[in-house]
Design a binder for this molecule. Structure first.
Ligand code: SF4
Ligand code: SF4
Ligand code: SF4
Length: 332
């Protein structure tokens, strides 16, 4: 009897929604599970990392990894699965671009620890304890994973073969991706296993999208009663469908919410946030500085809006990091 391909499913720095999306395959999950030998899925099955450590290199056909990398344990597991796998699939916005937890990169580790262990109104920490990678209690050494300075997308830590975006990815694309992997019908390495066009192209409201979008007033979605069949941009509400990859089935648009970009940038765009900011700048119908400031204030948190899912992979971020590194080197 032919052996079944081994598959590992693993959750690093994420919310669990991506694992839940795999469970949401429902009956299809039974067919998938029948065709595969699942060797690691911590959320569902009691395998240990030592089972994986004992395997030969590349023994696993496919590792499906969701979540980003924020600490040393997640880094270690990502590297272990890379070593043991023929293919690694970055699964979900967190693995692909850093995801919403990646917005933590707007703050330093010190800011985050101070808030969580000292300043938040619900904190009770009279001794001012902060988590330490190593500590001694009753003569025993205890260890915790080291919390990194920043959040990393998966491909900033290991080589990633394919990407499946979404927060979380939808079941039809998950089933297609797993089938393509198992049948060796894969596109070129580095591809996204989602459509290559923009969400606008398949949006049911596209026929009401203005040919030239010129706005001098933005409204937040909670400030209006949005018409359910008119393009959000035509209603003055920011919608990231213009700069976002298609494939989610327009889930948000269908419940009358604008797109916030969880499928990441469209094909060929490296920086989703920059693309959105550039598109936004082209939409704003004024060159008067005071008016520009007023319009920008209506949008609120432009950086947060544009980089909601992709801050760790932003080009601005890596530029500022290399500038800081250069500064350190010069200061040495
Ligand atoms: S991509 Fe979304 S659903 Fe998946 S782990 Fe990240 S936050 Fe959760
Ligand atoms: S901007 Fe949004 S609402 Fe308008 S067509 Fe594109 S996805 Fe649809
Ligand atoms: S509409 Fe946008 S934010 Fe909503 S699921 Fe689709 S890609 Fe993600």
């Amino acid at each position: 009897m032919a052996t079944k391909p081994k598959v590992a499913i693993c959750w690093l720095g994420g919310c669990g929604g991506c694992d839940e999306a795999i469970v949401d395959l429902n009956e299809a999950l039974l067919t998938v599970a029948e065709a595969l030998d699942i060797v690691l899925w911590p959320v569902a099955l009691d395998y240990k990392y030592d089972h994986v450590r004992a395997m030969a290199d590349k023994e696993i056909k496919l590792s499906i990894i969701n979540g980003n990398v924020r600490n040393s344990e997640q880094e270690e597991i990502a590297k272990l699965l890379r070593q043991k796998s023929q293919f690694v699939l970055g699964f979900g916005a967190c693995a692909c671009f850093g995801g919403t937890p990646g917005m933590a990169n707007f703050r330093t580790k010190e800011d985050i620890f101070n808030w969580v262990y000292r300043d938040a109104p619900t904190v009770v920490n009279p001794k001012g304890n902060y988590p330490q990678p190593k500590s001694t209690v009753d003569g025993r050494e205890l260890t915790l994973p080291e919390f990194f300075e920043t959040v990393f997308a998966l491909n900033q830590v290991i080589d990633v073969d394919y990407y499946l975006p979404g927060c979380p990815p939808p079941p039809n694309l998950i089933a297609n991706a797993v089938t393509a992997m198992l049948e060796n019908k894969l596109p070129r390495k580095g591809s996204s296993l989602a459509p290559h066009k923009a969400l606008c192209d398949s949006c049911s409201r596209n026929n009401t999208k203005p040919a030239k979008i010129q706005l001098n007033e933005f409204k937040r979605i909670h400030e209006i009663e949005a018409k359910p069949d008119i393009c959000f941009l035509a209603q003055g509400v920011l919608c990231l469908g213009i700069a976002t990859r298609d494939g989610c089935g327009a889930t948000c648009i269908d419940i009358n919410m604008p797109c916030r970009g969880c499928f990441g940038p469209v094909e060929g765009v490296k920086d989703a946030g920059l693309k959105m900011i550039a598109t936004l700048a082209a939409m704003i119908d004024t060159s008067n500085e005071a008016e520009l400031e007023k319009i920008a204030a209506q949008i609120g948190d432009i950086a947060g809006y544009s980089y909601r899912f992709s801050l760790p992979t932003s080009m601005l971020r890596s530029l500022s990091q290399s500038a800081a590194k250069k500064g350190e080197e010069v200061g040495q």
